[in-house]
Design a protein around this ligand. Structure first.
Ligand code: ATP
Ligand code: MG
Length: 369
């Protein structure tokens, strides 16, 4: 029988950590929670029963929601995560990895009817990777599993991988976004799979209410049915026509293209790094982009922070690699784009001085009762 249980009451909320945390804005992350097991370098699957020796194997809390949650926490934000994992060891590892990074994972429910969503990733020497995936418990998340008051108590919502949340209807997805929007939160949406126009139809209600959609270029083209056609411009326009505030489409090693509410498109170049593994670069981008937006940066500057985070994630194995702190990311950005880093740094410093204090007070008031 399928069942849901919340984490035992003995699991304490994570202690505040990091320079920004206490006064920091809070981000709710709702969506795909996946255990990634990665190995590198893999040039081929050995034939028959042969084995190959690797340099490194790692396990990480990944997926469009969990991976971004970890990166946001590393950047110093307060993060509350909502999703579903199994009652298996893989689920324990996902929750443990998130909690160890300071993410409040009390909103991650355990489902007995399926294993934790998981992916095996053999990483090639050039950093690219095939993925072997079990969809698992992410598909069992129900609307009733999500504490909408807690979501509404946050300053931002990332709906991460709603295409994988098949237990939620189109109306349910819109309900989650509405809860955040009504409370004045900033809402971003990103997807897990390439999808199709049919999946875009299912997401349309949520996207119509969202401030930002942050897919990669392949996903955007597949979703809008424009794969194989000339440009991204039309695909971006398709999403904006749904009512979405803006689109930040990531382009792997080519950075990203940001189209804001004024319909102005700005390319943001990628930063150069020695690439080890590109798994989770999109999650890194989302974390940096949201942090920049919450700090009050212009969308293109927020995207630069996203691009810097994405680049750092590519420097190591797994979606949690590379990002240590906001200061470290700014220092890295400063090395390649000094002016942008300066502009962002000023706004982020204001955030650290307590711009989120009123939100903190609201949070305590609403949730201490
Ligand atoms: N090879 C690279 N070199 C430098 N930066 C990169 C590289 N790959 C990705 N990035 C950065 O990370 C951002 C996100 O990457 P990408 O477009 O691959 O996202 P994604 O496909 O959604 O990734 P995932 O879903 O695996 O997390 C890019 O916009 C870019 O700035
Ligand atoms: Mg992505």
């Amino acid at each position: 029988m399928r069942g849901t249980r919340r984490l035992p009451a003995t699991v304490e909320p994570p202690p505040p950590a990091g320079r920004l945390r206490e006064a920091a804005p809070c981000v709710a992350v709702v969506g795909a929670h996946i255990l990634d097991v990665l190995g590198r370098p893999v040039t081929e699957i050995p034939p028959g029963q042969r084995s190959a020796r690797l340099d490194e194997i790692r396990a990480t809390a990944a997926g469009t929601a969990a991976g971004t949650a970890v990166d946001l926490a590393r950047l110093g934000l307060r993060v509350r995560s909502f999703g579903a994992v199994g009652t298996d060891l893989l689920g324990d590892i996902v929750v443990q990895a998130m909690t160890a990074n300071g993410v409040d994972a009390r909103g991650v429910v355990r489902k007995s009817g399926a294993q934790t969503s998981a992916t095996i990733l053999p990483i090639r020497p050039d950093g690219s990777r095939p993925a072997l995936h079990v969809p698992g418990a992410t598909r069992l998340l129900q609307l009733a599993d999500i504490d909408l008051d807690a979501v509404a108590g946050c300053d931002a919502l990332l709906l991460g991988g709603p295409d994988a949340l098949t237990g939620l209807s189109a109306a349910d997805l819109a309900t989650v976004v509405t809860a955040a929007k009504r409370a004045g939160a900033l809402v971003a949406v990103d997807v897990l799979h390439p999808g199709s126009p049919r999946s875009l139809e299912r997401l349309a209600g949520a996207l119509a209410l969202a401030d930002w959609f942050c897919p990669n270029d392949d996903q955007l083209l597949e979703l809008t049915g424009r794969a194989g056609q000339a440009g991204l411009t039309e695909a971006v326009a398709d999403v904006l026509a749904l009512g979405t505030g803006g689109v930040a489409v990531t382009l792997g090693p080519d950075g990203c293209l940001v189209t804001d509410q004024s319909r102005r498109s700005r390319p943001v170049p990628a930063l150069k790094v020695p690439v080890v593994d590109t798994t989770g670069c999109g999650d890194g981008f989302n974390a940096g982009f949201l942090t920049g937006l919450l700090a009050g940066c212009e969308p293109a500057d927020a995207a630069s922070l996203g691009v810097a985070c994405g680049a750092l994630v590519a420097t190591g194995l797994g979606s949690d690699a590379g990002i240590e702190s906001l200061d470290q990311v700014l220092e890295f950005l400063r090395g390649q784009q000094a002016e942008v880093a300066e502009r962002i740094g000023v706004l982020v410093a204001a955030l650290a001085r307590g711009a989120g204090a009123s939100v903190e007070e609201r949070w305590v008031k609403e949730h201490s009762a």
